[in-house]
Write a protein that binds this ligand. Structure first.
Ligand SMILES: Cc1ncc(COP(=O)(O)O)c(C=O)c1O
Length: 496
């Protein structure tokens, strides 16, 4: 490697090395050498710099990269030129900083100065990668049957929109989302989920997670109490915690959220997060009497209901249960839906149905967050719904999940009938295999991961007293893999 050095005889006394073989252009090398020397205070304010010609000669390189580097440093205010005199380190730069406050050492990542961080994210840290995620095999949660998704149709629709997009798709859009897609979503929700809504109340979001974030910004203040189901959905808890909410765990039983227990614990909570159609993860349906009670409490106490309707399209022994939002006469329910289950989670598309008098507030908050959702996928999705592909895919996946669920329930009964109790298998894409009291489900899940299985311990869904079990997804696991997975699970449980 040929190196050229600048001698210390130069006015500012800086030794610069350039490497002609480096992929970094010479002007960038020089720029960084001077900028670092200035920020690290090796060159001080007012010091004279060499002439571009002198420096180029010293380094044995052409003058052009030296001029480029100097012009950049002049433009950024590190250098200043005095006409007829020369180029200097800018005098306006602050003086020397104490040694301990030097800039980060690239090698050690060590930093000087006080660095104050927000406290809230601490609740999310220290969990590490969960060992059961290492399995990546059968029973993975939140994974639909992507192998049955009509990718050819989808790519045609996406390409059609991308090839000749309307100008309106390329400019800034509505914080609520692309109107034709919102109209299709509203029609679907009215017909399939008994949601009372029009397109002007639908906001397209990046999954339920963003829906919660936006709703929290509109409805909650830091310190607001929010009921959460216990056991419940960690994603919702995290979003609410990040919004500064104080979580109030409320137990669930076979009728879903125990509303009386919630009222006893926190009668004046600002909001509740609830999964009425298919309680996550235990699978109960919120009973009619509890629905009435919840709505009555919300009206009387001035609380908001965040209805998370994440996988209710899939129900196996009856028609899907109607959404709670459809029963609400007091504009208390904010409905949250997602395409993560019906289509695929990588799409990051969900929707909020907002009480009409709050639409302007939600839109203003959205505008302040990410302005509006990406339009192109929404345009393709609008076509996907309008052309009947969505309804077809839903029918198809209902059949697939019904079969997978049947195979899983049957295999669990056959292989583990005496050990596990199957809960919540009447809907959705997962069920719970409850284990005898005292079972260490985390250890079991870790061992299952060692056997190539992806089984989430039920205890991780609890804030209070946990019940042991495994949450098993079947949406993304084929029938042969399910049968094989249950046999492996039996061996893991027997060896525990
Ligand atoms: C209860 C619940 N809500 C929502 C979601 C989906 O979240 P998102 O729409 O952000 O992908 C899931 C996914 O597992 C879930 O279990």
């Amino acid at each position: 490697m040929k190196r050229s050095r600048l001698s210390e005889a130069l006015p500012a006394g800086l030794i610069v090395a350039v490497d002609r073989n480096s992929p970094t252009p010479l002007y960038r090398q020089l720029y960084h050498a001077y900028r670092d020397a200035i920020t690290e205070r090796r060159l001080r304010a007012g010091e004279r710099l060499p002439s571009t010609r002198g420096l180029a000669d010293e380094l044995g390189i052409s003058r052009l990269p030296v001029i480029d580097a100097f012009e950049q440093l002049l433009a950024e205010g590190y250098f200043e030129a005095r006409v007829g005199v020369g180029t200097f380190v800018a005098r306006a730069l602050p003086g020397e900083m104490p040694a301990q406050r030097r800039a980060a050492s690239a090698a050690t990542g060590e930093r000087g100065g006080k660095r104050v961080l927000a406290r809230r994210p601490e609740a999310l840290l220290g969990r590490g990668p969960e060992p059961w995620l290492a399995g990546r095999g059968a029973f993975r949660l939140s994974q639909p049957a992507i192998e049955h998704f009509p990718f050819r149709v989808w790519s045609t629709l996406l390409a059609r929109q991308a090839r000749s997009p309307k100008a309106s798709l390329l400019h800034y859009g509505d914080p609520l989302g692309y109107l034709p897609f919102r109209e299709a979503v509203a029609a679907y929700l009215r017909a399939a989920r008994a949601v009372r809504c029009e397109a002007d109340q639908v906001m397209v979001v990046s999954g339920s997670q963003q829906a919660l974030e936006i709703a929290a910004r509109v409805l909650l203040d830091p310190g607001s109490s929010v009921w959460v189901e216990d056991p419940g959905y960690g994603g919702a808890r995290d979003a609410l915690t990040m919004a500064g909410a104080r979580l109030v765990p409320v137990p669930v039983d076979e009728d879903g959220l125990d509303v009386a227990a919630g009222i006893a614990r926190s009668p004046r909570a600002r909001a509740v997060h609830v999964t009425p159609s298919h309680q996550y993860p235990l699978g109960a349906t919120l009973s009619a009497s509890r629905r009435m009670r919840l709505l009555d409490w919300a009206r009387a106490s001035g609380a908001w209901i965040l209805e998370d309707d994440y996988d209710s399209e899939y129900r196996y022994q009856s028609q899907p249960v109607a959404a709670l939002q459809g029963l609400d006469r007091d504009a208390r329910v904010v409905y949250i839906g997602t395409l993560s289950k019906i289509l695929f989670p990588g799409l990051r598309v969900g929707y909020l149905v907002i009480p009409r008098d709050l639409v302007a507030r939600f839109a203003a908050v959205r505008d302040a967050m990410d302005i509006f959702p990406p339009t192109l996928p929404q345009a393709a999705l609008a076509d996907f719904l309008a052309d009947g592909h969505f309804a077809r895919h839903l029918r198809r996946t209902r059949q697939i999940y019904r079969e997978r669920r049947g195979v899983l329930v049957e295999a669990l009964r056959r292989e583990l009938g005496g050990t596990v109790e199957v809960l919540g298998d009447q809907a959705g894409m997962h069920l719970v295999a409850a284990l005898p009291d005292g079972t260490h489900d985390r250890r079991l899940a870790e061992r299952a991961a060692g056997a190539g299985l992806w089984a989430m311990p039920l205890s991780t869904c609890y804030l209070g007293d946990p019940r042991p079990g495994l949450v098993l997804g079947y949406g993304g696991t084929g029938v042969d893999e399910i049968r094989d997975g249950v046999r492996r699970l039996r061996r893991v449980i027997e060896e525990d």
